[in-house]
Design a protein around this ligand. Structure first.
Ligand code: ADP
Ligand code: ZN
Length: 748
């Protein structure tokens, strides 16, 4: 609930200093603005509270970051219009200090930094009210439908049985009119409910018994939680444990100590919702029956649900928060430990707006609060590993799988001799058959969504391209639609080639949707499921897939890198990598690291139960040294191979990067601005400047993009450049924008 107070008439006595508030307004402003605190608000207002303030001729929301007596302001300050928080503040003092550091580090306005940190429900004028969940179900007999979109939407609803409105909106442009028509025709019915369908609540979970830790696990727990009740100090740990070595068990024990002995709170970050169901279940099984309350923050939650959990945390009603990236901002006021699971995962980095990396912010928050931070991974990011090796973090290693289970055997399948389109080689098919015969499960990785990445005209070779981006449209046969995976532009393909009028338009290349079909043809009786961004759009769908895998209702799971992440399915004995080369040939200095990590992670899904696992990796470059390291699960060999190359080029971990992207609608303006900018930047002698060069995705959502990559041996000179950002932006033509990405990962 928010109560709004209107400022009462204020008697101004010039002799008395007035109370002023510095407010970080949710707007792109370089610094907080000052306002007068109206007398009735004086006793109540505290830093961290949300207020409504006048801003020009409008009103805006912001957070009070400082209260102070009025000084020698040069003009008369306006009063705060209303206070939007009661006793409980939106952000405690520690959080305000933390966000000030974040804002400075990423050179991003404080008001917008705070806005990013708060759940959407707290950044609007009105608190969110009950949510409506709208679903569509196919009911009628198929009639003759006019309009391709109507047809496509109807086919989609039929194929899914029941579909959430949000999923239809995500898949089709302008679906409202066609949906209304389908309803009128009695072909679909619409149901509406206000109940939450959050997959994580309401499940009955059996309490578990903590296993006896293996010696390496015990050592790790003891290092993280020394047996004292002394106030802790900042202690960063890198927990490097092979897949299935029991890292999660280490987190559970360390957190039990923090929560039950030190009576402090724990924050657990996980890369994506994909990982959450199983992990959440393990935490609930371990803690809930002991009265420890767990709060989940995941991307599938509605604004209102997120708002509610945030408020619960604000009120100190939750001891353990588990969540994705943005949970790093959760307002826990007595935090005692932060755990970042799968710390290498690039989804910790936000790709737009405040481009923060939650893993790095976890370390910053731990440092400011003087508490331990545990980063866990089977394949730590090379930068982290180097930090640990240099003594800046404590390295903890788990070298064996739990219960002495063996690592899976990895075999390279050489496809270099086969004809071009070979999706599933002989060896893979035989292995799949054996797995099915044995009643075990298989996981197949193919990092490409859709039915195929192109539709191509056989006559003239033209492909369908996105009108907004420099990219071909992906063909989704199930929806009968071509879609841009970057901007979500969608169209029904023409029957004939728009270029030459040719009538033979064919899919080219293989995505997960097609692989699923092909497998079904090879193995008609097998239950095949798909896990990718398209099949897991709706709430709970990810959870259902994981459950189906656990209950062994699925024999073969096909998917993108989502299948590689953290899952613990005991009956998976075969993992197949359909195309290892796709990851290797990526134009980025991190390609090898990403490929090694992906292979090690997906291989780690095999043989976690009693039966040993087997991994088949299809490639046309079998001699690639990265594959060799993956073959032997040898992270250290991979580091020994990769780090010298990074050092030679001054790339991370031996240097720091700042990517500056000029973008705008006019190509010539963007290119000229980037040239001009790079000349200005060349005055910084300690910074090496690469570019300007067109981004690999030169046009995205209609904007042309040119990047300048800045590289330096230390952070300092890059921060000097960042400090000039407002000045640099001011020097650009108004129609060209400049975006700075600190510690960039995705440089497409
Ligand atoms: P990781 O997080 O490193 O992939 P997990 O913590 O998921 O590994 O452990 C893998 C499996 O081994 C899980 O099923 C877990 O319950 C089990 N396990 C972990 N540690 C132990 C232990 N000390 N004793 C028995 N089983 C364990
Ligand atoms: Zn596009």
């Amino acid at each position: 609930m928010t109560h709004q107070r209107s400022p009462a008439q204020q008697a101004i006595d010039p002799a008395l200093p007035q109370l002023c508030a510095d407010v970080a307004v949710f707007a792109p402003l370089p610094r907080p603005l000052s306002y007068v605190v109206p007398a009735p608000m004086e006793k109540l207002l505290r830093p961290g509270m949300r207020v409504r303030v006048p801003l020009g001729r409008r009103s805006a929301i912001g957070v009070v970051v400082r209260l102070r007596p009025s000084g020698d302001e040069q003009w008369e300050l306006k009063p705060i219009s209303a206070c939007l928080d009661e006793e409980v503040v939106a952000l405690d003092g520690d959080s305000v200090a933390f966000l000030q550091r974040v804002s400075a580090y990423y050179a991003y306005p404080l008001g917008l930094t705070i806005k990013t940190a708060l759940p959407a429900g707290l950044t609007q004028q009105k608190a969110p009210t009950a949510i409506q969940h709208v679903h569509y179900r196919a009911t009628g007999q198929e009639a003759v439908l006019r309009g391709a979109t109507q047809q496509a939407i109807y086919a989609f609803i039929v194929s899914q049985g029941e579909v959430a409105a949000e999923e239809i909106r995500a898949s089709f442009p302008h679906p409202h009119a066609p949906l209304r028509r389908l309803e009128e025709l009695g072909l679909v019915t619409r149901t509406q409910s206000t109940s939450s369908r959050d997959p994580f609540v309401g499940l009955d979970i059996k309490p578990d018994t903590p296993p006896v830790l293996a010696p390496e696990q015990q050592q790790a727990v003891t290092a993280i939680c020394p047996d004292t009740e002394q106030p802790s100090t900042f202690a960063p740990f890198l927990l490097h444990g092979v897949t299935g070595s029991g890292k999660t068990e280490v987190y559970l024990h360390a957190i039990a100590h923090v929560v039950q002995v030190q009576h402090r709170q724990a924050l657990v970050l996980v890369p994506e919702i994909a990982l959450t169901p199983q992990l959440v279940k393990r935490f609930r099984a371990r803690f809930e029956h002991q009265g420890v309350r767990i709060g989940i923050l995941h991307s599938g939650m509605s604004v209102a649900e997120r708002h509610d959990i945030w408020r619960e945390i604000n009120h100190n009603r939750i001891e353990i928060v588990i969540g994705a990236r943005s949970a790093v901002f959760a307002p826990l006021q007595n935090l005692g430990i932060v755990v970042v699971d799968e710390e290498h995962d690039e989804s910790y980095k936000q790709g737009e707006g405040l481009r923060y990396n939650a893993r790095d912010l976890a370390l910053l928050r731990g440092q400011m609060l003087q508490i331990p931070v545990v980063l866990g991974s089977a394949t730590p990011a090379l930068t982290r590993f180097e930090r640990a090796r240099a003594g800046h973090m404590t390295l903890l290693s788990l070298t064996h799988r739990a219960l002495s289970r063996p690592m899976p055997v990895v075999e390279i399948v050489d496809l270099s001799g086969t004809k071009e389109p070979c999706v599933l080689g002989e060896q893979m098919l035989t292995a799949l058959q054996q797995t099915l015969d044995a009643g075990e499960q298989a996981v197949l990785l193919l990092n490409r969504r859709g039915f195929s990445p192109y539709l191509i005209c056989r006559d003239c070779g033209a492909t369908f391209r996105c009108p907004n981006c420099d990219i071909t449209l992906t063909w989704y046969r199930s929806k009968g639609m071509l879609t841009c995976n970057y901007c979500d532009y969608t169209q029904v393909p023409e029957e004939v080639c728009p270029g030459c009028g040719g009538a033979t338009i064919e899919p080219q290349g293989v995505g997960t949707e097609q692989l699923e079909h092909t497998l079904q043809e090879y193995f008609p009786t097998a239950a095949i499921a798909r896990m990718d961004r398209d099949s897991t759009r709706t709430k709970g769908s990810q959870q259902r897939l994981v459950e189906q895998m656990e209950n062994r209702e699925v024999d073969i799971l096909v998917g993108t890198q989502m299948v590689a992440k953290g899952h613990d399915f005991a009956a998976v004995t075969l993992v197949g990598v359909v195309d290892a080369d796709a990851a290797l040939n990526f134009p980025d200095f991190r390609a090898a690291e990403r490929c090694f990590s992906l292979l090690a992670q997906v291989a780690g899904r095999a043989g976690r139960g009693a039966v040993p696992g087997r991994v088949l990796v299809q490639t046309r470059t079998p001699d690639n040294p990265v594959l060799e390291c993956a073959l032997s699960h040898d992270y250290h060999a991979f580091c020994a191979q990769e780090l010298p190359m990074r050092e030679l080029l001054g790339y991370p971990p031996y240097g720091y990067l700042l990517n500056m992207i000029c973008f705008g609608l006019n190509r010539a303006e963007v290119e000229q601005s980037a040239e001009q900018l790079s000349r200005l930047l060349r005055t910084h002698v300690e910074v090496e400047i690469l570019g300007p060069a067109p981004c690999p995705l030169f046009r995205l959502r209609n904007r042309y993009r040119v990047q300048i990559l800045l590289k330096a041996a230390t952070r300092l000179p890059l921060h000097q450049v960042l400090a000039r950002l407002p000045e640099l932006i001011a020097a650009l033509p108004t129609r060209v924008n400049l975006m700075a990405d600190v510690d960039p990962l995705d440089m497409m």
